[in-house]
Design a protein around this ligand. Structure first.
Ligand SMILES: [Cu+2]
Length: 492
């Protein structure tokens, strides 16, 4: 009898634990997955409170944009030009992909494979991409990560277009103005669609090379339904290279995690970040680098006379093997690369003389169930509102919840300081800034691309849990809507 009571108590405790866990999971899914707005106009939200006073306290900024007076994002397109046209086709469809580790994965892919086809153009080309959706029911889009382009071509469901439903088509067209390493991915339900494989590499070759190398290769890191891949390979990616050859490796992080990448077998330089060249990049010898979600690092290295060079994230099991022969020695002592004092300043750089029209603050944080910006989440976060031509300073603080790689669409921003210390080396221009807990960065954005632009954490799980907001220009409207009514949920 006594034994039975004891068992009964254990059962009650177990039941209580199960109910508690169930309630927690239920609240989580309700908050994250179900509590989506019916309909929100991302161009008509209220002005950001707090931060500095806005210099242009016009009616438009206070009350949102009136549809009649405003210029529509849809009308902001790549103007007519005689730039050479490069046309590509991307078709999104469900498929099964056999991985080189023997696993077969149900994937959503562009042109039947993930990562999708590498799109490669030359600086100044007019890029035309015809997107078809074969059978992705919730619709797809293509966002051109890091590319500065006209608002209507940014590929954000519910902001710059409707998600493209099965049987439908959308044609993207823009001029690839800035050479560098970029990538593309769906921005409809991005946390699911990117994980399932709707992404690819996008390389804009320069008209004139800044750096000297014999060959180059782009290296895309992704997490496909939980499996880490390098250019689609689970076992590691091999690059052929002869002794003495100079290589440029364009490393793209298309996953949600930050990867601690080690380079063994050769010294190297980091010649570009997010596609933008660094000035006088020095030789790195025992440095790892942390590449945040969405970021790109371009490396330049020379093959040794003997043996391989190995680029790897040991934690994620990601590996790139360059060349053949003996394994490189693994350095015991390591330093993590920082751009804060790398390379050289540009003479007569005007950064200290900048006068900012606006000083805005962003605090990235989390509570039990959601990720927040300034204490709020996604469509409830008031947008930053700027006027064309303004110089905007944004102070970004990571107050908790892990790494937050902060991405701004449609612009390249310049990093001014880290934790109060101005950058000492090369100017650093990024579209995605990795912030780690406790760090504060100041960045400068030139408001020179009128539109409605998303600004979000590129850990897409964090974005789906609310860490996403808008950077809106005064006087720009959109005919599209985010919400369950339209089915446009850019960061679900
Ligand atoms: Cu985050």
């Amino acid at each position: 009898m006594r034994k039975l009571t004891w068992k009964w108590n254990i059962s009650l405790i177990l039941l209580a634990v199960v109910i508690l866990l169930g309630a927690t999971a239920g609240t989580y899914f309700w908050q994250i997955r179900l509590q989506k707005p019916l309909e929100v106009n991302m161009g008509q939200m209220h002005h950001m409170d707090g931060g500095a006073k806005h210099a242009h306290e016009g009616e438009l900024a206070k009350e949102g944009v009136s549809e009649q007076a405003a210029r529509s994002c849809k009308e902001i397109t790549a103007g007519v030009s005689d730039a050479p046209v490069q046309e590509f086709r991307l078709t999104a469809a469900q498929t099964i992909q056999e991985l080189d580790n023997g696993q077969s994965e149900k994937v959503w892919a562009f042109n039947g494979i993930t990562p999708g086809p590498e799109i490669r153009v030359t600086e100044g080309d007019r890029v035309r991409v015809v997107l078809d959706n074969q059978d992705i029911q919730e619709g797809v889009t293509v966002h051109w990560h890091g590319i500065v382009l006209p608002c209507s071509q940014d590929g954000v469901a519910g902001v710059t277009q409707d998600a493209v439903k099965p049987g439908e088509q959308f044609i993207y067209e823009f001029v690839a103005v800035s050479p560098g390493t970029y990538w593309y991915h769906s921005h409809q339900a991005s946390s699911e669609q990117v994980k399932k494989g709707l992404l690819g590499r996008f390389i804009v070759e320069p008209k004139k090379e800044t750096f000297d190398y014999d060959q180059e290769e782009s290296i895309l890191l992704q997490q496909l339904n939980g499996t880490f891949l390098v250019n689609g390979s689970a076992k590691g990616w091999s690059v052929e290279a002869a002794p003495g050859e100079k290589l440029r490796l364009r490393v793209i992080n298309a996953a949600n995690d930050t990867f601690d990448m080690s380079v063994n077998g050769a010294s190297y330089r980091i010649i570009a970040l997010d596609g933008h060249d660094l000035n006088e990049p020095g030789m790195l010898d025992h440095h790892d680098f942390n590449i945040g979600a969405g970021q790109r690092y371009d490396l330049l290295l020379q093959m040794p006379e003997q043996g391989k060079v190995i680029l790897a994230s040991e934690a994620a099991g990601l590996k790139v093997i360059v060349g053949v022969g003996s394994e490189p020695l693994t350095r015991p002592e390591r330093t993590v690369f920082t751009f804060a004092n790398y390379g050289a300043p540009v003479p007569n750089d005007s950064v200290e003389r900048f006068i900012f029209d606006q000083n805005l603050q962003i605090k990235l944080d989390q509570n039990l169930f959601i990720n927040t910006i300034n204490g709020q989440s996604f469509h409830e976060i008031p947008p930053m509102v700027v006027a064309e031509g303004e110089n905007v300073k944004i102070t970004i603080t990571n107050a908790g919840g892990g790494d937050h790689p902060f991405h701004l669409h449609g612009h390249t921003f310049r990093v001014l300081s880290r934790n109060g210390q101005p950058l000492q080396g090369s100017p650093v221009y990024l579209d995605t800034l990795l912030t780690q807990q406790g760090e504060t960065f100041e960045v400068y954005v030139k408001a020179d691309n009128p539109g409605l632009w998303m600004m979000h954490c590129h850990n897409l799980m964090h974005a789906s849990m609310g860490m996403s907001m808008m950077f809106n220009y005064e006087g720009i409207s959109t005919p599209y809507r985010v919400g369950t009514k339209s089915g446009n949920l850019p960061d679900l």
